[in-house]
Write a protein of this length. Structure first.
Length: 80
């Protein structure tokens, strides 16, 4: 495992834990999004824009375990 991957894993784990504590009704927040994501095929192609650590995609994979997911997230740094 690369140093970058280790750092991402450490940071993302902390981020996900914080989201679960600070987002009111965390499971409902993501559950509603997944419940309205409805397709007629067993293996949909799903694009998650602004995916962050992939929390939403994780929920979608529970509903569509054979889905093909593409996650995109950009981080912009601003200095003043």
């Amino acid at each position: 495992m690369s140093e970058i991957q280790r750092k991402f894993d450490d940071i993302s784990k902390k981020y996900d834990e914080q989201r679960k504590r600070f987002v009111p009704c965390f499971d409902d927040f993501y559950g509603v999004s997944v419940s309205v994501a409805s397709v007629d095929k067993e293996n949909p192609d799903i694009l998650d824009i602004g995916a962050g650590t992939g929390l939403l995609s994780g929920f979608l994979m529970e509903k569509y375990p054979k889905a093909s997911l593409t996650l995109i997230d950009l981080r912009k740094r601003c200095w003043t």
